[in-house]
Design a protein around this ligand. Sequence first.
Ligand SMILES: [Zn+2]
Length: 1004
Amino acid sequence: MGIFSVLVFVCCCYCSFGWREEDQPVQTFVIPHSHMDVGWVYTIQESMHAYAANVYSSVTEELSKVKERRFIAVEQEFFRLWWDTVASDLQKKQVQQLVNDGRLEFILGGQVMHDEAVTDLEDQILQMTEGHGFLYQTFGVRPQFSWHVDPFGASATTPVLFALAGFNAHLISRIDYDLKDAMQRNKKLQFVWRGSPSLAAQQEIFTHTMDQFSYCTPSHLPFSNSSGFYWNGVALFPNPPKDGVYPNMSVPVTKETIDAYAKTMVENIKQRAAWFRTNHVLWPWGCDKQFYNSSVQFRNMDPLMKYINQKSKEFGVTVQYATLSQYFQAVHQANLTWDVRGSRDFLPYSTEPHQAWTGFYASRNVLKGLARRASSQLRAAEILFTRYRVNYPDGPVAKEWALDKLRALRWAVSEVQHHDGITGTESPKVADMYVQHLMQGMMGVQELQAALFLLPHDLGDPENFHGADVDQPLEQHVIIYNPLAWNITTVVNLTVKLAGAAVFDDEGQPVPAQIQRSAQSNVSYDLFVVVKLGGLQHRKYLIRFSGKSAHTYEGKTVVFERRRVKDWTRTGRLRLPVLNQCYKLMFDQETNLLHSITHLYSPTKRRVRMTQDFWEYLANGDVNAGPISDNYIFSANGSAVRAYQAVEMQIIPGQIVTEIRQYFYRGENDSDYAYFITTVVPEFSSLPCHRLQQTYSLGPLQLNTEVVLRTSTSLKNNKTLYTDDNGFQMMKRTYRKFQNNTLARNYFPMVRTASIKDELSGLVLLSDRAHGVSSQANGQLEVMLHRRLWNNQPWNLGYNLTLNDSSVVRPSLWMLLGSVNATSRLHQREAVELQHRPIVMPIDNPRKPWQEKTSCGSPVHPVVFPPNLHLLSLSVLGWNYSSNHSIHLSHILSGKGAPPEPDYDRVLLRIMHLYEEGEDPELSKPVTINIKEVLRGMGEVMILEERSLTGTWENASLKRWKWKTANDHEKKKESHQGHKDFILTISPKEIRTFFVHFSSRNLA
Ligand SMILES: [Zn+2]
């Protein structure tokens, strides 16, 4: 039916113009490109040296020689490194000219081509903002098309963000092999995608799915042993060859070979033309690490294209060098009516029946956790610096120094979002590189935070701040800072070295606390402190270690001896309750496992049977014995097996929290445990009682095991689960049966949230880093926490991609259980609160002024947003382009470029509505706020301009292309875009971006 209707439609369309499709030669857009992974097998430095710098040097030279030649530049990190450290003045001039002429086109424009499965939307936006800011400042251009050719599966968040960034079309490639096959046959590779159910047509985008050849030129030539159209061969590491002769260079185009080349190319073009509705073929010319020797590339392709065009009648094909925008313009001008795709994504992703790319959701857990922590720290520091700039424009913290620290961490957090970065699919040395860049950036930002907190009263040299452990004898000061624009009451766990402690706030009032022996160390103690902070506020706390305090409860450990666990012992006859205002948790004394949780806080009380424990998938390491698991692929070799024989338990009942510690032993008599769960149940009355905080410890794992935390419940979810796309929206995941590999193909990425539910209750897990999740049995939710693998596949071994990860990992999950309504109201905010937990900064040797009540810095007024709005970003970007495009352009065209001084007064503000339409009766409503009012605690807002997502464009003048769809009449009227007198209304799932100027005040 699909094919038939399409054919009829195409025929009608063309017949009405009096000519037939077949009469026209296929118009082919040959798009030269180089896929440059910002990481993967080689470090960035190695890549720059071996090929990446040569790509831009040689492309600049070759494009400048012949005006028909084109190139698209994609990953900004390499381009910027080249621009800043390699390019000569002449090359910079040439690039400027090529960009102005549209011969060199920046596509996508992010620092990297970010992964779509395991990245958080806040980081996706960050890395795009970073790249777009550079491009706009330097060239006055904004990228308008995407080129997501390599991320492993496609998320429904991406089309939304790209629409918000002002893109006219989106391009993806890696989707399930069987689905792509069907779409190809039915000419359905192109469609209009409405990625968000709430935003729908408001942020829809035309999407092109690459055909089966994907982003590389066909790699086989029938007349030669060499591969494809790669005349410059393959990049050589570590050094480029001195004689310019690279391995595997294709036979040159000569009189003898030109006809064979032409026929091969034409045949391929015609094969592809049959899969698309218009008469245009996108023919990507390039692949990984190509065009480092552009001269030989173009020298061969120029005559070949000329030859084909001379015989275009005979071949039925014309060819031209093109940028991506030229291709999309042609398709757009065809003015066809396109199918609409709703908010479904393309995750997970399989390349073959036994190749499910669901392993990487859990590869390199430590890197995934670090990347998220770094991002959260960056956001907190950005807000802090913004506040400082507004209040102390002439304050003693040097703004250049501060911006450098922020920029270094922006760069590191952007870089790791690469699709071979946070995914964990890189070689060990590249993983080490990301970690090093992140750690360096975080240290710099900690220095900055220390400087900002201690000033203006204490002008201590930030370089001399030690950020030491909380282990000062007798007295210790800490600053606790809430980076959220909501008031919070929460519990902060400080690790201390002494057993008795009293905590006081900055007004000298005692603060409720609890102290007990640390879960994982014999020499330290966990001090749980109840903190109450306004939005974006910080407070100073004093800890006195001398003696006891009436306000500090001393937790005493109750030990439950080791129990051997067998299925038949799970009788639940001897149960031990742990109670708070929201829950009654029952632990089974015969197994030391969780037995059930009754949720008490919803209108409907209900007891849900629930067990949590660890299971292992045993991976195959021998390619000759069957499918293997590696960095990318999860290929279960049978069902999971229970990973322990015995469990020990400790319970520390308390007044602030009750803590349950469960130690899982692989062997009944082992001396060391293999897995560990600690569950913190809030007891203090002002704490949110629904939040059960769990932390796990596992590793080093045995080789070829993939470990899951399995939560088995009595919920009747029919193996359906819900997982989030990038923390932006929840996707329903219905269990699907496949001929092969059903287990692995039912694994999904969890960035922040996974949940299961039945009619009465929902169970939600929130995460501080990405994992793989699945529901393999009714009522079950399993989270893959860690993997350690090795296999003998030559490709894996050659690139060191077997994932022999011997680290110990300590991820956290927050668990919510309640009525379906209660959990669907809570989980968005809880996920954000987990992401942006309070920042704790110990202060060494607090100096005099800090001891006085009057000196807790400036009055820090709270900034509080409505509960359904999240302050996504508040940051002094430092880019110095004019907000007025014509003025900025005239600066650039005058040859002077943008002024060198960063703009410290323009603040980027981003606000997100957290709820979907209809998700909650109250919280899903549009919210109207007065920006002047909500930001008053920060300063006086004078100017507010609405901008595109990455800040580079005035929102009102974006004018994205419209693409016709069958149900155009269903398009909603434009929502409440724009604002008047600082008053704006934000609708469900909207992300709104502004430039804000505050009136200058100087409190210093
Ligand atoms: Zn790649």
